[in-house]
Design a protein around this ligand. Structure first.
Ligand SMILES: *[C@@H]1O[C@H](CO)[C@@H](O)[C@H](O)[C@H]1NC(C)=O
Ligand SMILES: *[C@@H]1O[C@H](CO)[C@@H](O)[C@H](O)[C@H]1NC(C)=O
Ligand SMILES: *[C@@H]1O[C@H](CO)[C@@H](O)[C@H](O)[C@H]1NC(C)=O
Ligand SMILES: *[C@@H]1O[C@H](CO)[C@@H](O)[C@H](O)[C@H]1NC(C)=O
Ligand SMILES: *[C@@H]1O[C@H](CO)[C@@H](O)[C@H](O)[C@H]1NC(C)=O
Length: 550
């Protein structure tokens, strides 16, 4: 008896391939296929160009995905049902709006608490047209993404076995991100663009771009080009203003805001190549006494000239990025570096300030400069926990050291984003990258599986009021041990797991999620993103059959 139920469920296509799962939906079991003349009708007056382009991409995917259902016969046993199915003639897209129509790009970079991403999608089973509605073009874009995941391919037909479908969807959290580090190893622009495409398919909406770090300075900043001229790994491994424009525009058109980070005052050794006078303990050894990773070097935060330079440079970067958010970092400040630095000690003595008072001034000057560019500051957790400084009440805090610190950050009253290394770091578990350390492991061992991130509770240990401070979360990929060669498989599908956590909300069941995540992987591959395998294909085609107790 038990066996026959199991066999049956193994043969049925998994119900819905949607990822992330909509917050509310119903579906049936009626087969439906796209009409050979299927069209997407944009019923939006003065439709913005990025919405028109998004519709064109969605139509393209309907033709090129050709994803066969993940069942043993890949759809053969449904062939007759598919050939007899009613056909869907169209998807009509309409926007409810009183005011002017804004583009997806405008809506994607609006202040985070003002964005509207909800939509409704109806796919009837009776051969009448499907309808997508939203109050924002950003919502329409999310709905188009969902529509594109409904279909399989068999013998030239694009079909679903789940009509009628009714979806009413909106995200649980407004910040759903991915952090990319382009300093430890450089990624060409095309890799960033491909990553943005993949992010958009799972409704991620923030690329947190950790652009520069101690090892290299690939960002070409107008007025400060000497930083990248001397600090990039080579003349080609840079992001020019044109590159940044391209990335930012590509992201925005896909509903993604680009949050830039220029980490300060730590992680800045490379600035010494252009401006040695601003850097303390530059390349001091043994590096471990002066920094968490080589090379050591931090901005001379107590020095007024350094502080002016930093604020002006940050301001110049701020003009390159339209996002309202800007991260000044603030992680892993090494005290010994400053204790050993004669210049810093002299500055502190002259101003009669402690290290923390100097950091407070430094941060205020930088954040004030960014404020004049309309930016809201983003900082790593140390700026409210280890080295608490004066921060505007709208500052967004990224929790990275440990999920155990979330409650302490929330207790400071600041809005926060989950980025804890014990759940969301994609770079853990690959062994040590520091040399001469044969038994070494990554500092954040073990590997963070998709299941581990999926079961995270964003409001654990928080009061109801503190829970309101949680804006969302993100996966992060520090690039010491990754490069374009490994990028796709390192990010995907794990970042998709986090995408669903923060779109659909916590409490998901990994057993139920696995077949859908398999489908996300296979669909990513049809679209040119080399997502890693979750299981042997034998298991992917037999949902549940490889479960621990199956
Ligand atoms: C779709 O509908 C069928 C039949 O009602 C059901 O077995 C299946 O679980 C549904 N899928 C989802 C994802 O709700
Ligand atoms: C659009 O706005 C109306 C009025 O506020 C609301 O009732 C409806 O739920 C919204 N639609 C979506 C898809 O969010
Ligand atoms: C330096 O600061 C300390 C503590 O704020 C204060 O007590 C002291 O009087 C100050 N010294 C000078 C020379 O300003
Ligand atoms: C910050 O404080 C101002 C003035 O009290 C208030 O209007 C605003 O809502 C606060 N912002 C946040 C994000 O707490
Ligand atoms: C909640 O608190 C417990 C007990 O201190 C801790 O073990 C756990 O990591 C915390 N969880 C999160 C998600 O903060």
């Amino acid at each position: 008896m038990k066996l026959s139920v199991l066999t049956l469920s193994a043969l049925l296509p998994s119900a819905f391939a949607l990822w992330p799962l909509p917050t509310s939906y119903t579906n049936g079991t009626t087969p439906l296929r796209l009409s050979p003349f299927f069209d997407i009708k944009l019923n939006v007056h003065n439709a913005p160009a990025d919405l028109v382009a998004a519709v064109a991409r969605a139509k393209g995917f309907l033709k090129t995905d050709k994803l066969q259902a993940l069942v043993v016969d890949r759809g053969a046993s449904s062939a007759q049902a598919i050939s007899k199915a009613k056909t869907l003639p169209s998807l009509t897209i309409s926007l409810n709006t009183n005011g002017a129509v804004k583009s997806i790009s405008e809506e994607a970079i609006a202040p985070i608490d003002s964005r509207v991403e909800s939509y409704t999608l109806t796919v009837p089973a009776d051969g009448s047209g499907a309808v997508l509605k939203a109050n924002s073009t950003l919502g329409l874009y999310r709905g188009l993404t969902t529509f594109g995941q409904l279909w399989y391919e068999w013998d030239g037909s694009t079909y679903s076995l789940s009509a009628p479908i009714q979806i009413s969807d909106s995200p649980a959290y407004p910040y759903r991100g991915f952090m990319m580090d382009t300093a430890r190893n450089y990624y060409p622009v095309e890799d960033i663009l491909r990553t943005l495409d993949a992010m958009s398919w799972v409704k991620l909406n923030t690329l947190h771009w950790h652009i520069v770090d101690s090892q290299s300075f690939p960002l070409v900043i107008p007025g400060y080009t000497v930083l990248s001229e001397k600090g990039a790994y080579n003349a080609a491994s840079v992001y020019t203003s044109a590159d940044v424009k391209k990335v930012v525009a590509y992201a925005a058109a896909r509903g993604i805001d680009v949050l830039p980070e220029i980490d300060t005052p730590g992680h800045t050794a490379v600035i010494s190549k252009a401006f040695p006078e601003y850097i303390a303990c530059n390349e001091a050894t043994p590096w471990a006494s002066f920094a968490n990773e080589p090379p050591a070097g931090q901005l001379r935060l107590a020095d007024e000239k350094t502080s002016q330079f930093t604020a002006a440079m940050l301001k110049a970067v701020a003009t390159m990025f339209p996002s309202t958010l800007f991260s000044t970092g603030g992680d892993e400040i090494n005290q010994n570096c400053y204790t050993q630095d004669t210049e810093t000690q002299a500055s502190l003595a002259a101003s009669n300030k402690t290290f923390l008072q100097a950091l407070d001034t430094f941060t205020r000057v930088n954040h004030a400069a960014l404020r004049t560019e309309g930016k809201t500051a983003v900082v790593w957790e140390e700026m409210v926990l280890d080295n608490p400084v004066t921060l505007a009440n709208d500052t967004l805090v990224l929790v990275w050291v440990s999920s155990a610190n979330v409650a302490a950050v929330a207790a400071t009253g600041h809005r926060l984003v989950h980025a804890a290394s014990d759940y969301f770091y994609l770079d853990c578990g690959h062994g040590a990258w520091v040399g001469d350390f044969p038994t070494g492991n990554s500092w954040c061992d073990p590997f963070k599986s998709w299941q581990h991130a999926y079961t995270f509770d964003p409001v654990a240990n928080l009061t109801t009021t503190e829970a309101d401070l949680v804006l969302g979360g993100q996966s992060l990929l520090w690039a010491e041990q990754s490069s374009r060669e490994s990028l796709d498989a390192t990010i995907w599908p794990r970042a998709a797991s986090t995408a669903e956590l923060f779109w659909s909300g916590p409490g998901g069941d990994v057993q139920k999620a696995l077949p859908r995540l398999h489908e996300a992987v296979y669909r990513f591959r049809t679209r040119g993103v080399a997502a890693n395998a979750l299981q042997p294909e034998w298991c992917a085609l037999r949902p549940g059959a490889c479960d621990l107790t199956a």
